[in-house]
Design a protein around this ligand. Structure first.
Ligand SMILES: CC(C)(COP(=O)(O)OP(=O)(O)OC[C@H]1O[C@@H](n2cnc3c(N)ncnc32)[C@H](O)[C@@H]1OP(=O)(O)O)[C@@H](O)C(=O)NCCC(=O)NCCS
Length: 256
């Protein structure tokens, strides 16, 4: 792949055209075996049509993530699929809300994974969810975090399970941090979900506040998350004081 390091920021590389003209800057990383070209930003003088050709050839097989709407639109116009349109958000921890008082009999318990939680999340991520249905692979990923600490171990003080009056899991917030896929040392919310039977009663917000307070307890400076376009949870994050960090538009570049 024709790239060279960015002169001012060694973490970035420049994607070069065949005549060595820089066309875009980006960060290359490996996400558990998936090659990722992240934060792909076209340079102002680079023609998008040329960049699209170069990306399809030189980033074949990569997952491309860009904040640039025009680049994503050009790739889609060239026949590729927009896999996910999302917003990365952050909440700093100078001022965190008081814990939410739960209704009688409900509590926040130690984080973990069980069949009730799996069933609740399966129901919460229905067929119309902007991130798609909950998949067996999602369960494997959560289990892996608890069982082997892979790809990242749960950050226990910022994570919790929502427990109902009968002692059954009805939702959770699962955090890790710092995580390798962000530049900043934030606590990352990997998953926040409440079973439909318990939704719209303030439990989502209670779990979110728990994550903020737990993150402050461990001394990291902020909490981050990614929310897909069209997810009503966005209203909860805005109301809780999360701010937009960047857009993340994801396009898979087919293997050559
Ligand atoms: C997002 C989720 C955790 C919210 O849980 P919840 O217990 O219903 O949340 P709360 O009752 O604390 O609601 C908090 C606010 O979120 C917003 N909200 C949550 N769900 C909403 C919906 N379906 N429609 C509109 N607003 C909604 C509202 O602003 C709500 O405040 P309000 O009830 O005062 O209007 C839950 O809907 C869920 O599990 N969704 C599926 C998984 C998911 O998308 N998680 C977030 C990934 S980024």
């Amino acid at each position: 792949m024709p790239v060279r390091p960015h002169a001012e920021d060694p973490a970035d590389v420049l994607l070069l055209g065949d005549d060595d003209t820089p066309l875009a800057r980006m960060r290359l990383r490996d996400d558990d075996g998936t090659a990722v070209a992240a934060e792909v930003r076209p340079l102002p003088e680079a023609p998008l049509t040329r960049l699209v050709v170069q990306v399809r050839r030189d980033l074949a097989g990569h997952r491309l993530e860009t904040p640039d709407e025009a680049l994503a639109a050009a790739l889609v116009a060239d026949g590729l699929k927009l896999d996910r349109a999302a917003t990365d958000m952050r909440h700093d921890l100078t001022d965190v809300p008081e814990p939410v008082v739960l209704p009688d009999g409900w509590s926040l318990g130690a984080p973990g994974w069980d069949d009730d939680l799996a069933a609740g999340l399966d129901a919460a991520y229905g067929p119309d969810h902007p991130d798609g249905r909950w998949q067996p692979g999602d369960t494997d990923e959560v289990r892996g975090m608890f069982d082997t600490g892979e790809p990242v171990p749960p950050l226990v003080p910022a994570s919790a399970r929502l427990v109902d009056r009968d002692g059954r899991s009805a939702g959770h917030v699962l955090c890790a941090g710092p995580v390798p896929w962000t530049d900043d040392d934030c606590v990352w919310i990997l998953n926040l979900g409440v079973a439909p039977r318990a939704q719209r009663r303030g439990f989502g917000r209670a779990l979110l506040v728990h994550a903020l307070r737990g993150a402050r307890e461990v001394g990291l400076p902020s909490v981050g998350l990614s929310v897909a376009d069209g997810n009503p949870a966005r209203r909860m994050y805005d109301a809780a004081g999360f701010r937009v960090l960047t857009r993340v538009l994801t396009v898979r570049i087919p293997a050559a």
